[in-house]
Design a protein around this ligand. Sequence first.
Ligand code: F0G
Length: 473
Amino acid sequence: MTAVDGMARPTSTRRLSGQLTATGTPATIDRSTLAGLTVRCMDCGTVSPGDQPISHCPACGGLLDAVIDAGPVSPADLGQGITPALAHSGVWRYRPLLPAIPEAAIVSRGEGNTPLYVDDRLAHYAGLGAGQFGVKHEGANPTGSFKDRGMTVGVSHAVAVGAKVVACASTGNTSASLASYAAAAGLPAMVLVPEGKISAGKLAQTIAYGAKVVQIEGDFDIALRLLRELTASYDVYLTNSVNPFRPEGQKTIMFELFEQLGWDVPDVITVPGGNLGNTAAFGKAIEEAFAAGLIARKPRLMTIQAEGASPFYRYFASGWQRFEPMHAETVATAIKIGDPVSTPRARRTIEATNGYVTMVTDAEILDAKAMIDAAGIGCEPASAASLAGARKLIAEGIIGPDDTVVGILTGNVLKDTEAITRYHLDGDASGQPHANANRPIRIEATIDALARLLDDVIITGPTVSGDDPASTL
Ligand code: F0G
């Protein structure tokens, strides 16, 4: 120690007690503290211990749900009996409704606590009146997507069961989130991504957080199949949403939304559907919040897929008669998924909430995104399916004119900047500007040109326009 002023500093250093519980060193957990963790097969009902990595039913191979038996829960119980840091997490404050993972294993980045924006411009665009439409913005999470809510539970469970390596297949957001939480936990992470098919920002984020990125010559569905095969015989912890613990964190999007509404619910919730983890988790959350007495009625859950990646919509439209995986193609790369693993769990949600499933075109997604962006909120393309879908279902009369609707925005505007510049700067296939394009203006560097621009365009011109004002100057 250097004593600049000739005096030694005190030997006991004060320590910050911050919000983050990330230590960078995996905790060692006594297995006997994991007895409260159990999972149940949704097909055959077999209950299995959750004190180990487990992603399918050992008896029949079916999908698993974490068993939550909360009993009655009152709002006053939330955030109680845990450290202040965890009580500030928008996931862990709902601990009575989450799996009993020991606190010492929890890896949290203070996720959740995301805003609910009620915006009348968006309500109008959707076809509703003032105060009837809101968006819950999951892009405000630490790595910019809703995945952090699931990942804090998934990675905490991985730490609890002593995992040595964590892994996922991803269209970019799960990989960024896993990379961050694995780094926080001090665990090595391996992520499989479809080569050339995820946004540059998500790829960069995943690389930056230090995960080993494996680019697969194939799409997301192939990458996930490959990883499930690997984790079946190697000691690698799978964090995709087939893992029954990860969706538990995603349930808190619903809990937090209901809490923000004073423990009331909107009539309808719209959510983009890809691998269908959210659709599955939201249904479980609604059932559990209702059973615990936190809400008195259930909202209808409506899943919106991209037209080019719509196997769940087609399954729904067939009256649940035929499920056929498809080759997925959409501008919304996050939901470019043709064989969603949570399909049976998601069907359960739609049936239990009197829900609905629809699909929207890429053009509808991008126009809705431009509206959300221009409202100052911003989101990535996949997220905008929630507004585009609400608009379509209102026009079709599936959502009633007096309904209140909340759309879930799943990812941040900066997640896919290529999509923004393509939409605003490039024209559509026939060279015409997109409906809500907002092109930057180029002028010569003179005060006259700038003043003319101010008069002709900024003050009198449209705020969002497909015109190219520069051409008129
Ligand atoms: N929106 C965004 C921004 C996503 O990243 C995803 C999924 C979804 C919606 C669909 O959610 O799978 O629960 O139906 N992204 C995954 C990933 C597949 O790897 O990041 P889902």
